[in-house]
Design a binder for this molecule. Structure first.
Ligand SMILES: *[C@@H]1O[C@H](CO)[C@@H](O)[C@H](O)[C@H]1NC(C)=O
Ligand SMILES: *[C@@H]1O[C@H](CO)[C@@H](O)[C@H](O)[C@H]1NC(C)=O
Ligand SMILES: *[C@@H]1O[C@H](CO)[C@@H](O)[C@H](O)[C@H]1NC(C)=O
Ligand SMILES: *[C@@H]1O[C@H](CO)[C@@H](O)[C@H](O)[C@H]1NC(C)=O
Ligand SMILES: *[C@@H]1O[C@H](CO)[C@@H](O)[C@H](O)[C@H]1NC(C)=O
Ligand SMILES: *[C@@H]1O[C@H](CO)[C@@H](O)[C@H](O)[C@H]1NC(C)=O
Ligand SMILES: *[C@@H]1O[C@H](CO)[C@@H](O)[C@H](O)[C@H]1NC(C)=O
Length: 229
């Protein structure tokens, strides 16, 4: 399908993302989450604040240095908070374009929802009426895995486990980009690629805790799964 070669799985928890994949971009959204916490009405103050904030994201100069957007607009109870994050290896133009797609799509996918999240392979976008800025959240993990088993699951799990553990501290310790990527030999023909990333507004410790939770999820849900998605 979109990943004709192999070894695709990935998993996102709100403030970070871990991707293992062949390095090919795919434009489709991986995950949408529309919150059930409340609705706003069309043309309300919340709606205007949300539209103003979201539409400011794609062209924001905040994306230049770190591929990260975090801002809030309006006054309680119509205050809107938003976070946009691009994968750490993405050029700023591609970052803008990914977030632009996301901005266009998110309000269609979650019409009138006060809170929503959307993930692509290259970026994620979240907005809410509660303060989500500088806050690590583990609440809504998203996990996807391949259905077929690895030929040698022990070997596969070892390679993946070592690769992911090795990225944890470098990702968490990152400054404006809490991002780390690496590649490991899997078989003589195949490699496994991994990316770990947190939003840069959370602490080193919170990023590490979040990545630990994801690694646990990977070992649970992606155990021995290496074949085509
Ligand atoms: C929000 O609107 C959706 C339909 O668009 C509805 O299913 C849901 O119950 C509403 N939620 C609240 C909290 O009113
Ligand atoms: C929202 O405002 C626009 C422009 O003021 C208006 O054309 C539209 O009918 C309004 N929609 C609703 C649902 O009130
Ligand atoms: C975002 O996409 C719209 C079309 O959907 C386009 O008109 C606009 O220029 C784009 N903005 C950026 C910053 O890429
Ligand atoms: C994959 O391996 C697990 C044990 O690790 C086994 O329970 C399952 O049946 C296998 N699935 C397939 C499709 O071979
Ligand atoms: C699977 O891989 C492990 C670790 O690399 C190795 O020790 C074991 O012999 C392999 N098993 C098979 C059946 O090839
Ligand atoms: C991976 O395999 C290639 C070619 O077989 C080798 O040159 C390279 O050193 C290996 N990398 C690691 C990290 O073992
Ligand atoms: C946005 O994140 C940066 C860290 O990247 C932080 O310094 C700043 O305070 C945050 N802004 C808000 C409004 O939370």
């Amino acid at each position: 399908m979109e990943y004709p070669r192999l070894s695709f799985w990935f998993l996102f928890i709100l403030n970070f993302l871990v991707i293992l994949t062949t390095p090919q971009p795919a434009p489709r959204a991986r995950y949408n989450r529309c919150s059930t916490s409340g609705n706003y009405t069309t043309n309300s103050t919340y709606s205007r604040n949300l539209n103003a904030l979201l539409s400011s994201i794609p062209a924001s100069s905040d994306l230049n240095s770190d591929g990260f957007f975090n801002a809030s607009i309006g006054q309680n109870p119509d205050q809107v908070y938003a976070i946009g994050l691009c994968r750490g290896d993405l050029a700023v133009g591609s970052c803008r374009s990914c977030l632009n797609n996301s901005v266009q799509a998110i309000t269609q996918a979650c019409p009138n929802q006060k809170e929503a999240s959307r993930w692509y392979d290259e970026c994620m976008l979240r907005f809410s009426n509660r303060n989500i800025l500088s806050t690590m959240e583990l609440g809504f993990p998203f996990t996807a895995w391949n259905n077929a088993n690895a030929t040698n699951q022990t070997q596969f799990n070892d390679v993946v486990g070592n690769l992911l553990s090795g990225l944890r501290d470098p990702a968490a310790a990152g400054g404006v980009r809490k991002y780390a990527a690496d590649v490991a030999n899997y078989t003589s023909l195949l490699k496994i690629y991994a990316v770990e990333q947190c939003t840069p507004d959370i602490s080193v410790m919170d990023c590490g805790r979040c990545l630990d939770a994801v690694m646990t999820d990977v070992s649970t849900y992606c155990n021995g799964k290496d074949k085509n998605y």
